[in-house]
Design a protein around this ligand. Structure first.
Ligand code: ADP
Length: 264
């Protein structure tokens, strides 16, 4: 029967996944993917079974951040893809399936169907049901966000923002959208929050400070904490050795581990 006009579309059945948590940001370059990866690894370090889905179809970065080189294969006799295990978490990204530049020219419906496939046609429970699937969202509010909001049974969303006003302004737009479609917002993380100078030991608020906390309080959503601008986070992230997996005792890893506790 044709869907009733105005009825919300049915939610996708994502098998073998208990909770889906989206990591979003209003604009690119704020450290959303880095936060998503380290959060996923921190959830795993806290004893959960974790997966990460790269929903940033136009700019997938999970293969690089987790140093994944191999291509996924299908479960024999089916079209179900097997996620790639990296640092103990199950990962899937459009970047593993197509040539790097291909999705740049895709139209909306293709992007949405790629996302749907990566949610539904992946053996996320290859090694037992996942407690959490972390979804690295594309920045902003486009087709993918809308699909995620309407068709995916999300448990909640974590919003990453830098302290700059502009980022916050956009974050508010993003928050308005999530509120409209009633996805619970788990909270805001302020990334690149401050810089602890390794030579003088002083804390520098390069992009200003406290903006994200203030906004969070103003709009009544939890503030999940501050992640400083830190060379090792960047270097490890960009070379595929995320800090939480490779330097678990670093105080910066402790920040992600605490974030994972607050989110779980
Ligand atoms: P986005 O997903 O928002 O586009 P990325 O996670 O790709 O952002 O981060 C953008 C750049 O900033 C990357 O080079 C990343 O390593 C770096 N970066 C992210 N967070 C931090 C941080 N807390 N300290 C230092 N560099 C960071």
């Amino acid at each position: 029967a044709p869907a009733q006009r105005g009825a919300p579309p049915a939610k996708l059945d994502v098998k073998g996944v208990k909770h889906i948590v989206a990591v979003s940001s209003a604009k690119g370059g704020v450290g959303k993917s880095t936060t998503a990866v380290n959060l996923a690894l921190a959830l795993k370090a806290n004893g959960l079974k974790v997966g990460i889905l790269d929903a940033d179809i136009y700019g997938p970065s999970i293969p690089r951040l987790l140093n994944i080189k191999e291509k996924p294969t299908t479960v024999e006799g089916t079209r179900i893809l097997q996620p790639i295990m990296a640092y103990g978490i199950a990962a899937m990204s459009i970047g593993l399936l197509v040539e790097e530049d291909a999705p740049m020219i895709w139209r909306g419906p293709m992007v949405v169907s790629a996302l749907t496939q990566m949610l539904r046609d992946v053996a996320w429970n290859m090694e037992g049901d996942l407690d959490v699937l972390v979804v690295d969202m594309p920045p902003g509010t486009g087709d993918i966000q809308l699909t995620m909001a309407q068709q995916v049974p999300l448990s909640g969303s974590v919003i990453v923002s830098t302290p700059q006003d502009l980022a916050l302004l956009d974050a508010r737009k993003g928050i308005a959208m999530f509120k409209k479609v009633s996805i619970p917002i788990l909270g805001i993380v302020e990334n690149m929050s401050y810089f602890l100078c390794p030579s003088c030991g002083e804390k520098h608020d390069i992009f200003g400070h406290g903006g994200a906390r203030e906004t969070a309080e103003k709009i009544g959503i939890p503030f999940l904490g501050e992640i400083p601008l830190y060379m090792d986070i960047r270097e490890r992230s960009d070379s595929g050795c995320p800090i939480v997996a490779t330097e678990p005792d670093d105080p910066h890893s402790a920040i992600y581990l605490q974030l994972a506790k607050d989110v779980a």
